[in-house]
Design a protein around this ligand. Sequence first.
Ligand code: C2E
Ligand code: CA
Ligand code: CA
Length: 607
Amino acid sequence: MPTPEELQQRRLEREVSARKQAEKLLEEKSLELFIEAQERRAALDQLKESEERYRVIVETSPDAILVIQDDRLAFFNGAARRMLASAAAPPQPDAGLEQFNLLADAARADRHPGQPVETSALKTDGSTIEVALSSVPIVFDRQPARQIVLRDISDRKRLERQLAFQATHDPLTGVANRAALLEQLDDTLAYARRHGVPVWVGFLDLDHFKQINDRFGHRAGDRLLETVTSRLRALLRKDDIIGRYGGDEFVLVMRGGAADALGPTLLDRIMAAVCQPVDFDGYALAVTCSLGIAGYPEDADDGQLLLERADAAMYRAKESGRNLCQLYNDEIHARIVERTKIESALAQAIERNEFFVLYQPQIDARDGTVVGAEALLRWRHSELGVLTPDRFLQFAEQSALINRIGAWVLAQACSACASWHAAGHRPLRIAVNLSVRQLNGIELIKLVDDALQATGLPAACLELELTESMVMSDAELALDTLGALHQRGVQVAIDDFGTGYSNFAYLNRLPLNCLKIDKQFVSDIEQPGGAIVTHALIQLAHSLGLTVVAEGVETAAQLRVLREQGCDQIQGWLHSKAMSAQEFLGMLRHYEPSSWMSEVSARKMSA
Ligand code: C2E
Ligand code: CA
Ligand code: CA
């Protein structure tokens, strides 16, 4: 049995141990508390730090950040100040978003969270700036608020507008480009149908514009185009459309009122505006224009068709001598129909054997001998009869067909000439017309080599005729090609000489043999001053060491003048029209140069 002292001892021991335990517990607890305290402090520091960081971000943000509370501007950052206000006119906290005219936009952004609203903000100085606005609810000073972020998108918007402008406008003149023009024409026609008003489409083409470019350079051409468009713009009504359709082609879309007719005065004024000279580096550049007009509803009721018809009328104006305005009419319509017939049949014409070549004699002007012939292409069209090249060649030139046709003519002509040689008429020369697409280097050289080889015709008996504009369209290529042909002994003639701008610098560099004086100068020869032109052309040719052939000689009087002026050869109806190779041979057999000369001279005497 424990003594009372022993019991007391045990109780104390228990108490000490409990105490110890309690103390330990306490100790542990206080450590926890300490740690907790420590953690709390760290978190607090972090919060401070993140608040600090937030403050820095907000202040350095390039976006404007505004906090709106109770319709007031509770806070705004530096970017907001810079973007929307100036030192002289700072933001007014009480005026809220209204001062920036953004109330409705902010409400819209609230309805579509995550989708910024693109709008323009009113600055305190009264100007505007394009912004993307987004809005998020936040707590600010323990109160609900809205944070508005505005991003400056004016640069992007300007680029977008520039892109849109470029996509729809001609960069040089600033008028509608082709695509935009077609769209605007359709819109105009839709309006015209609804309101029963007429619309006129004008197709305007500058005459001989290429020559301005060739002669004065592209800067001059550009200046001319710019000036012409600004004059047209000044002349037409605001809702009329001007579009640039191609290099020197413009389309005008003019909307009439209910009782309007297209006045001749307006058309005259359009033509006059174009023709007025344009000053360029001290030169007065002058062009004329050909204008074709088709009207809705009488000529067509569809945009594409109206354009085609205005274009056809413009072509008619060009054919009638340029510097003219032509309204679409039945005759032009018939020509379009014909054109379709020609274009569709052209591709098969070679295979169907519908082409043939006629030969027009070239005569020595001094003694009347036949020195050669020019090959002239003809087409026996199944419906339209025999066509001369001016009816169909332009369509062939728009496609690669011209190369096939040209190759065919060259082969025919060489073989006809070789057959005359074989019949004893040496050394007759054959002249073959080239078209611009044929003046293409290697291909032409090979073609000529093949034709000469196949027929055995000496190179010196082949003459190729080309025009100045053909040479100028790619002068370097022309020089190379003609140089190679010249080396082979092939002769080169400049056709229609004097009808375009002559570039004498190139004339000198080209390996030429012959100049052909255009028939227009020959037919003018008896007019006052006419003989001076042919005289000058002949002198020029001779000073360059070239032979001169006068074309289109129809009368004995023309021949007399040309002979007096020293012209070397003539070609024309006075001697004969073009004939088949067979007929040509027949003519040669019975031909007496001296009797032809005296017969013509007698005609001259009696005339
Ligand atoms: P061009 O080279 O100026 O040919 C002369 C044109 O004048 C020919 O017309 C000819 O028939 C015509 N002509 C000849 N003598 C007289 C005359 O005394 N008075 C009048 N008023 N005219 C006369 P055509 O045959 O209709 O040829 C027209 C044009 O077609 C030619 O003009 C030539 O540039 C081109 N051409 C003809 N054949 C070919 C060819 O095979 N290839 C190419 N690329 N073009 C050709
Ligand atoms: Ca010719
Ligand atoms: Ca000619």
